[in-house]
Design a protein around this ligand. Structure first.
Ligand SMILES: Cc1ncc(COP(=O)(O)O)c(C=O)c1O
Length: 453
């Protein structure tokens, strides 16, 4: 790599975004100037895969644009519509019917009159689905995670949270109390040590333990039964975020709660509809009905915001109907065979993969520079994928978050794998690791944005 990688003092290949935020400036907005310049320099160098936008239905092949309005098309492994329900005719019909019956907006908070018959039915459906007594629906999963923690935990309480838990959970914990204890990823032993230490010092404080079923950057899963038993022993409350496996994994679509045999036994299950259930929205499900009024009237992201729209509620309800049907089971079976096929093919091609089977396949793609160039190549050659870099993952722990869907065919998976191999070969050549004579693809050439684009 020679040209197009250094723009003034900005290192578009190896620089990380946090280096370009200037916290020392008194101008609050001006602190972000370097941040914007950094992103634009990456775009100019063809190395910015963020804020892409689509121009077709979400499906296994899409038309999309990058932030500089350059079009790219190809096989899509960058969407989280795991069972492809967002384009399902029955779901679209249900959404249309709801729009015609109720209009498209809730026009109020859930604490006042923003709920509809559909939202009420959705809450009953979610509770039944997870084998618990009650559920509360939120306009976003982010709000459900953040708001639940903030409502439950007071400044004198403690949160014990997996170091890799989702941002909504981390931010919820930090905003609720200064007593946040992060534990090494998926280590139940580390949780037990913290529980024991906190209880020795304080018999009365509340303790919330926070984890996920499928972690969204690593696709791994903790042992939940152990964790729940430990929480009972130390009088702590367990909360588990099931955003990525609910609906998509397990014979009945109950995810790892089902496969680990803990359905209905976790203190609080929280999740998002935005992966399998084709809509914005989130939920909190529990056997303790007294949680609902706490969330309805004392939880900012539910009380002081408008409720999810009737169109969204109808969409999610229809998705639950499909998830719970024979068709849902068939869709999950095919999704799983796509997941295992993609994992086999990528592993055979020599890529390092993380985690367990889920619709997310984390693929380690190397350093910042290598991964940015590989992503640029992939997008320009018909393999659409998301790159995750620091600070979402550790420095130089960059990965592709390959998202597999039900509608993918083996041919589309093969095309993705072939392009990934080419990307690796071409970028290795650009780093002069292999001689150009061994290259069969065009050499890596970052595109330059023109002033008219
Ligand atoms: C694990 C996890 N929890 C919560 C959320 C937030 O969900 P939503 O997109 O519905 O706000 C997400 C996804 O974005 C997630 O991956």
């Amino acid at each position: 790599m020679d040209s197009g990688t250094n723009s003034g003092s900005i290192d578009v290949l190896e620089g990380v975004i946090t280096d370009y935020f200037d916290k020392g400036k008194s101008d609050l907005i001006g602190r972000w100037t370097g941040f914007e310049e950094y992103l634009n320099a990456r775009l100019d160098a063809g190395l910015d895969p963020y804020s892409k936008y689509t121009a077709s239905k979400i499906g296994p092949e899409i038309i999309a644009y990058d932030r500089g309005r350059t079009q790219f098309t190809g096989v899509n492994f960058a969407s989280q519509d795991y069972l492809n329900l967002s384009t399902h005719p029955a779901v679209i019909q249900a959404a249309t019917k709801a729009a015609n019956t109720y209009g498209v907006h809730s026009a109020g908070s859930a604490a006042l009159m923003g709920l509809t018959e559909l939202t009420m039915e959705l809450e009953r459906t979610v509770a039944k689905f997870f084998h618990v007594a009650d559920a509360t629906v939120f306009p976003t999963g982010w709000g459900a995670g953040f708001g639940l923690i903030k409502t439950l935990v007071k400044p004198w309480d403690h949160v014990i949270i997996d170091v890799l838990a989702h941002a909504c959970l981390q931010e919820g914990a930090d905003s609720a109390t200064a007593n946040v204890h992060r534990f090494p990823h998926c280590s139940n032993e580390a949780v037990e040590r913290r529980l024991s230490r906190i209880r020795q010092g304080d018999r009365n404080a509340g303790i919330l333990v926070v984890t996920e079923t499928v972690f969204s950057m690593d696709s791994d899963v903790p042992q939940l039964r152990d964790l729940q038993q430990m929480c009972r022993k130390f009088d702590a409350t367990l909360m588990v975020d099931v955003a990525h496996d609910a609906g998509a994994i397990g014979p009945r679509g109950r995810g790892y709660l089902e496969t680990q045999g803990v359905l209905g036994e976790i203190d609080i299950v929280m999740g998002s509809f935005s992966k399998t259930f084709a809509s914005n929205g989130g939920f909190v499900a529990t056997n303790r009905p007294e949680l609902k009024p706490a969330l309805r009237y004392a939880c900012g992201p539910l009380t002081f915001t408008n409720s999810m729209s009737p169109v969204q509620a109808a969409t999610v309800l229809e998705c639950f109907r499909i998830v719970d049907s024979a068709e849902g089971q068939q869709r999950r079976t095919r999704l799983m065979s796509n997941i295992t096929y993609m994992r086999e093919q990528m592993a055979e091609a020599g890529f390092a993969l993380l985690g367990q089977n889920s619709a997310i396949i984390p693929v380690i793609v190397g350093t910042n520079g290598t991964s940015r160039m590989m992503t640029s190549y992939a997008l320009r050659h018909g393999a659409i994928v998301n790159l995750v870099e620091y600070p979402a993952v550790s420095k130089n722990g960059c990965r592709w978050r390959v998202q597999v869907m039900h509608d993918h065919t083996t041919d589309q998976i093969d095309r993705f794998v072939e392009t990934a191999k080419s990307a690796r070969r071409v970028v290795a050549a650009a780093h002069n690791l292999i001689p150009p004579s061994e290259l069969h693809e065009d050499a890596f050439e970052p595109k330059r944005r023109t002033s008219s684009s």
